[in-house]
Design a protein around this ligand. Structure first.
Ligand SMILES: Cc1ncc(COP(=O)(O)O)c(C=O)c1O
Length: 393
């Protein structure tokens, strides 16, 4: 088989364009958080966490527990609001370690943040029961799981606060979602995005769409707008955004910082439209296809194994988690040649070593292979070939 490992412009995220609105046929309909009554669209997932915590009206001395496997954006809203922070260990299936919680959860714990990692719905009934026994509120982080249903019900069914992130599933550059079961504080309306911000979001979308050849029939009106934008910019072409590659995680950096005013702003119209008008069947079906193809191709390979080989039936994965025995050089090489892959190697400083915890181990060994609807089969095969080549070298 010919292996083409030349760098390839494979999109890291869903791509804007008219293709998002095709008619769904024969697609599996999954529960979607956008359909939940009372869902509020926010400017981002981290904004939804911050707003959700605000609505619970915690006191500063109360503690929020976050999983040891996390994205720093799950932690920074907690510290921005001045709450106590703690970490808890996760089991091999990604659920909170209940024995640890039972024995070691600090008495001042008021909120437990639980995430459906990778978009694979967890059964959280036991965790919910623990929370209820202890008078703890559950923040169900569905940033990776906009869709889906597991044995414990639909994603987002059990949380006192539920949050999600629009760009992870739709061709949006901003946006999140918040549900609060019983707000302790009234909900202040979010401030609208100004005309300049709306325009920028529209033009950014067109630029991304053009970069990946997805303008379709939009090109008639989009091309003059893009030409005007280029003229205003002085003729230079936009550089594809590179992922941050700092050697060490810096909690004061942009990645973790929370802009509190932005958290209280609504999403852009472009993001709202992308979320509400995208045909969901294609999103779900393509993600499932990619996941299953990756699971098949990467099973029984030396030096790696799919972390969860079987995709739960009623799920739409965010990424495909792959365990790699010697991940460091492979991850750097994959990123350098543009493979859409992430790794949560930037844990918040001070995450303790906890007995039986998988979180810290995953943060080193688990690569998150993107598997969104705007990756083609060729993109996916190139990801597989790249992985197999780098893991053998
Ligand atoms: C599990 C999880 N929660 C929350 C967030 C924050 O979402 P956003 O990037 O939309 O702010 C992320 C972002 O990566 C995430 O992975």
């Amino acid at each position: 088989m010919h292996v083409d490992l030349t760098p390839r412009l494979a999109p890291r995220h869903p791509v804007p364009g008219p293709h998002n609105r095709q008619v769904d046929t024969q697609a599996q309909a999954l529960p979607c958080l956008l359909d939940r009554p009372g869902a509020l669209l926010t400017s981002s997932g981290r904004a939804a966490i911050l707003l959700g915590l605000e609505r619970l009206a915690l006191t500063p001395d109360q503690r929020v527990l976050v999983p040891s496997y996390h994205c720093p954006t799950m932690v920074s809203p907690v510290l921005t609001l001045g709450h106590q922070l703690g970490f808890y260990p996760i089991d091999a299936d990604g659920r909170p370690n209940l024995a640890w919680l039972e024995q070691h959860a600090p008495a001042d714990t008021r909120v437990l943040c639980v995430a459906h990692f990778f978009g694979l719905p967890l059964d959280l009934r036991d965790v919910r029961a623990w929370c209820q026994r202890r008078g703890v509120l559950m923040l169900e982080d569905c940033a990776h799981a906009m869709f889906g249903q597991g044995e414990g019900g639909a994603v987002g069914a059990l949380g006192d606060v539920v949050i999600a992130s629009l760009p992870k599933f739709f061709a949006a550059q901003d946006g999140g979602l918040l549900l609060v079961r019983q707000p302790a504080r009234p909900v202040a309306p979010l401030s609208p995005v100004g005309l300049k911000g709306q325009l920028k979001a529209l033009l950014d979308n067109l630029e991304i769409s053009a970069r990946y050849g997805q303008l379709g029939h939009w090109r008639l009106w989009a091309r003059p707008l893009l030409a005007l934008k280029q003229l205003l910019r002085g003729g230079s072409a936009p550089a594809p955004s590179a992922a941050p590659q700092a050697a060490q995680f810096d909690p004061a950096s942009d990645y973790a910082r929370i802009d509190v005013a932005l958290c209280h702003r609504a999403p852009t119209r472009a993001a709202t439209r992308a979320a509400l008008q995208t045909s969901r069947g294609r999103v779900v079906a393509r993600r499932q296809q990619h996941y299953r193809a990756l699971a098949e191709a990467l099973a029984n390979q030396a030096g790696m194994h799919p972390l969860f080989p079987a995709l739960p039936q009623h799920s739409a994965p965010y990424v495909f988690p792959l365990w790699v025995d010697k991940p460091d050089a492979v991850y750097q090489a994959l990123r350098a040649c543009g493979v859409p892959v992430s790794r949560w190697d930037w844990l918040w400083p001070g995450v303790p070593d906890l007995a039986g915890d998988q979180g810290k181990i995953w943060s080193r060994h688990v690569l998150q292979l993107h598997c969104h609807q705007d990756m083609s089969d060729q993109d996916r095969n190139w990801v597989i070939d790249s992985l197999l080549t780098y893991c053998k070298s």
